[in-house]
Ligand binder design. Structure first.
Ligand code: NG1
Ligand code: MG
Length: 493
């Protein structure tokens, strides 16, 4: 429940279950690195997982529900209150060098210089801003020493970014004695991650904090909440990494943030063409806000369905791109004025002058319907085979829409997905933002080993031969996953 307090555990077994021995070794390594760097033991550990999104892509920032599950891979933060700076270190120091920041919660995140420490500063600011926003008395900011270790593949659409932001936020809260509900942490970490420069929705932080073992979640927004989705017996989701890295924070102006802008412009233009004044059309941000306008125009029982929304988009928006001048003429405003004060969007405008509106809106209105459809199949009575084939079909449709209408696939993702399908995936799709990163495939439990072997042969073998990856590391690039536990504070003896 969103109103539950954040999990606090006193043993690793409560989080890691069967994998507790591996976890113990890892936490020992983190502790040793901490002691070596800071000369004392950490006060506590926090951890938060990555996630795989099963369905509902690029719709969270439009206000629609999504259906992810937490993964077993996570980011761990060992933390101690000491000194008068924020010192952020990583066990993999050569890849993620030590960073030091001031303890001033009002400091800016330097988006111009993308570095891993920015995620920590974003979380730090987020905690204090949340308290201020709620009118709560904030404790005096304290110096912190931190040692981080993550196992979520980065740039892979599995939300390594939310894992570090959430684990960092929990660490900052814990040492300052701040207790908040899961819902509050999910809300403020979603906002906080935007300081890093991606204008993301709230899915990743919500599932990272609210994930539960064995259960996928339908995550909805405003306010953020999560309801249980029990996956069919014998359904396994296999994650495979195309190994094309998509660093969203760096490529945002051409990819992620551009899509967010396109959806808003589509919303504004639709509102106008549905009879709103220019003034009110300009104040509309998401496609969800257009639903009542469509309903008002197309009366009848189906006026509130995605069918009506799709029909409205088909009728009102033209094919192909809108250029800046056309949108400005329609909305009666300079786009740079529309986005005044929104640095991320202004960077998008500086880098683009053409915007696909119709295809993006078509994707969103169809994809948001696949989320409750997927949930309903999971919750329905009936035989497992029928359920699986329905879920698989929804996943395949979602992928086609991401590729053809949202244009967020990549050559590597297409190649990998073809291999997945040929290897027997009932359904297979890109997951997360796309433009690289991972696929998720639905596979019958009894077929998982054979499936993984075939995909290793068909996709990964070539990469091993080319020296791009190590044979021994293949288990990191393709793995079956069950829904895992959400973020927690660990008070270990
Ligand atoms: P990934 O690529 O896993 O970080 C991103 C967004 C989500 C959501 C998906 C697309 C961030 C932090 N997260 O996920 O909010 O919009 O893309 O469905 O940018
Ligand atoms: Mg991310």
């Amino acid at each position: 429940m969103a109103s539950d307090p954040v999990n606090v555990f006193d043993s690793l077994a409560e989080v890691y279950g069967d994998a507790v021995e591996t976890a113990r070794g890892r936490y020992e390594t983190i502790k040793s690195a901490f002691v070596e760097r800071f000369g004392a033991s950490p006060d506590a550990y926090t951890r938060s997982p990555g996630r795989v999104n099963l369905i509902g892509e690029h719709i969270d920032y439009e206000g629609y529900g999504v259906l992810p599950m937490a993964l077993a891979v996570d980011t761990v933060v060992a933390v101690r209150k000491a000194g008068d700076q924020l010192i952020v270190c990583n066990v993999e120091a050569s890849k993620y060098p030590e960073k030091a920041f001031s303890i001033d919660p009002a400091q800016e995140v330097d988006v111009g210089k993308h570095n891993w420490g920015n995620y920590f500063v974003a979380a730090y600011k987020g905690v204090f801003e949340h308290l201020a926003g709620k009118g709560m008395l904030a404790p005096a900011p304290a110096g912190l020493q931190l040692m981080v270790h993550g196992t979520v593949p980065t740039g892979g659409g599995l939300s390594s970014s939310a894992a570090i932001v959430c684990a960092a936020a929990l660490a900052v809260m814990h040492v300052h004695g701040i207790e908040l509900t899961k819902g509050e942490v999910a809300e403020f970490t979603a906002k906080a991650e935007r300081y890093v420069g991606v204008t993301s929705g709230g899915m990743d932080q919500a599932i990272s904090i609210m994930g539960m073992p064995g259960i996928a979640k339908l995550v909805e927004f405003n306010p953020v909440r999560a309801s249980d989705v029990h996956l069919p017996e014998g359904a396994v989701f296999v994650v495979a990494n195309s190994l094309a890295i998509s660093n969203k924070a760096e490529s945002a102006v051409k990819h992620y943030n551009l899509r967010v802008v396109e959806c808003r412009l589509a919303s504004g233009v639709l509102a106008l063409l549905l009879g709103e004044s220019k003034d009110s059309a300009r104040s509309i941000i998401t496609l969800k806000e257009i639903e009542p306008l469509i309903e008002a125009k197309y009366s009848g029982p189906k006026a509130s369905t995605s069918g009506a929304q799709i029909a409205a988009v088909q009728e009102l928006l033209h094919d192909g791109a809108y250029d800046t001048a056309e949108v400005e003429e329609l909305l009666g405003v300079k786009l740079t004025d529309l986005y005044e004060g929104n640095a991320s969007a202004l960077r998008v405008l500086a880098a683009n002058d053409s915007f696909e509106l119709k295809n993006r809106a078509l994707h969103v209105y169809a994809e948001k319907e696949r989320v409750p459809a997927f949930r309903d199949v999971c919750n329905s009575e009936g035989d497992v085979e029928t359920k699986m084939s329905k879920l698989g079909a929804l996943m395949d449709e979602s992928h086609a829409s991401c590729r053809d209408l949202y244009d967020c696939s990549s050559v590597e993702l297409e190649a990998l997905r073809q291999v997945n399908k040929a290897a027997g995936a009932i359904g297979s799709r890109l997951t997360g933002a796309g433009w690289g990163g991972c696929t998720v495939s639905l596979v019958r439990e009894g077929d998982v080993d054979g499936f993984i072997e075939k995909v290793k042969e068909g996709y990964f073998k070539g990469l091993v031969k080319a020296g791009r990856i190590q044979q021994e590391a293949l288990a990191e690039h393709i793995f079956a996953s069950k829904p895992a536990s959400g973020g927690a504070v660990l008070k270990l003896k």
